[in-house]
Structure formats: C-alpha cells, structure tokens
Write a protein that binds this ligand. Structure first.
Ligand SMILES: Nc1ncnc2c1ncn2[C@@H]1O[C@H](COP(=O)(O)OP(=O)(O)OP(=O)(O)O)[C@@H](O)[C@H]1O
Ligand SMILES: [Mg+2]
Length: 221
C-alpha cells in the first residue's frame, strides 16, 4: 500500500507557536527504505508521528492506500496502526513491568490476538539479546533500543517507522540494524527511518532532507 503525505503542516502550542512541519508532501512506496535526515528540530519525529497517525496534522492529509488517517476516529486509527504499522520510538517506550519477550508480544497480540514466545526469543537473539526474560531497566540503553526494534519487527508490519533507531548503538550494531531495516524493505515493506547518521542514511534507497519542516534539495527516485 502506498503511504501518501499531502502538504502536511503541524503547529504546536497556542501562545508560543512552533511550526514543526511546514508543507511536507511525498509518496512512499512499498519495497523501499527511506532515510529522513535533517538538523535537530527540523521535524523528523513529527513527520513520523503524523505518518503513523499518532498525531494529527494541523492541515494536510496522510493516506494509507485510499484511507485518509485523519478521517478515522481515534479508535479506528489505533486499530489501523495495530494492523499495519510498526514504530520504533526515539525514546523506546518499552513497557517497564513486562519482560523483553512480553514487550515484543504486545504488538503481535494487538494485531492478531495471539502471542508467540518462541518467535520473540528468536528475534531477540538475532538482535544480540540472549536473555529475553529481564525487565527493560535490567538491560543497557543499547540493548533496550534493540528490544524496541525487535518489538516493531515482531508483527511484520507493512509500514515500519523508526526514529533514530541507532542513536544508542556502536557502529557495528548500527550497521546490523540498517541491514535488517533494508531486508525488511526488500521483503516488500515500506521502511522510513529518521537518522542523524549520514553514513547509514547513504545506504538507504532514498534520502529525504528536511529543513525547517519541509523537504529541501534533490531526492532520489
Ligand atoms: N509536543 C510538542 N510541543 C511543542 N513543540 C514541539 C512538540 N514536539 C515537537 N515540537 C517542536 O517541533 C519542532 C520539530 O521537532 P521534532 O521532534 O520533529 O524534530 P526532530 O527533527 O525530530 O529533532 P531531533 O533530531 O532533535 O530528534 C521542534 O522545534 C520541537 O521543539
Ligand atoms: Mg526526533
């Protein structure tokens, strides 16, 4: 399914207004890995939140296939997100009272009504987490980041959005994460990753440069 952003504007605040996105338009296609780059505050996280329907735009639209996200009720949008989206947040948001394996299963359960302990353990192992039964705070920051990535992969989402997924990782782990993200794209999914890592961004199919909440410069494909 195509994911289309039409002239997205997002303004935060009433008294002090911050224009986080200022007319972003783009069509994302399955099978590609898109890197979103740009200075801090240029609107990368905001864009990912709007694309996933976590936030609604001040104006403009996001369409998944023929569905306009902002035309849905909050419940319908949450349902659509559970079915089609995987999200790696910049701040992880692992559930603190569930162990790593259970954190992975939450998203799968919301999508399918089932859990799969074996697949959770396998996925964590491919990301270098050998013990899947600790609580989040019992892992290092980099390990928590990899658990958050595994959680997004667990339900094999059509659209995978990752916000600085390698912010806490060394270069070997970063390369591995980007390899996995590109494999997910090769498997026909749409992968959109916000990153400060120019070397890793350069390995993606398309680089989208944000400046002051809009696209700047030339873009491949
Ligand atoms: N909930 C909010 N309320 C008010 N302002 C916000 C909110 N979220 C983001 N902003 C502002 O919107 C602008 C864009 O923020 P955003 O988080 O999208 O940037 P970013 O490109 O992801 O930055 P970084 O690289 O530091 O993660 C910033 O000026 C930020 O302060
Ligand atoms: Mg950000």
């Amino acid at each position: 399914m195509r994911l289309v952003a039409e002239n997205l504007v997002k303004v935060y605040g009433d008294r002090v207004r911050t224009v986080a996105l200022n007319g972003f338009g783009y069509t994302f296609h399955p099978g590609r890995c898109y890197a979103v780059v740009g200075p801090s505050g240029s609107g990368k996280s905001t864009l990912l939140y709007l694309l996933a329907g976590v936030e609604t735009p001040t104006s403009g639209r996001v369409l998944l296939g023929d569905t306009v996200l902002s035309s849905l009720s909050d419940d319908e949008r949450a349902r659509l997100r559970a079915l089609h989206f995987g999200f790696v947040f910049q701040r992880f948001y692992l559930l603190p009272y569930l162990n790593a394996a259970d954190n992975l299963n939450v998203g799968l359960y919301l999508k399918t009504g089932r859990t799969d302990a074996r697949r959770a353990a396998e996925l964590l192992r491919t990301l270098g987490i050998e013990d899947p039964y600790r609580l989040p705070h019992e892992y290092s920051g980099g390990e928590q980041q990899r658990i958050a990535i595994a959680r997004a992969l667990m339900k094999d989402p059509a659209i995978l959005l990752a916000d600085e997924p390698t912010g806490n990782l060394d270069s070997a782990n970063s390369r591995q994460i980007f390899r996995i993200l590109k494999d997910v794209a090769r498997a026909g999914r749409t992968v959109i990753v916000a990153t400060h890592d120019a070397d890793m961004a350069a390995t993606c199919d398309v680089i989208l440069r944000l400046r002051d909440g809009r696209l700047s410069g030339d873009h491949g494909l």
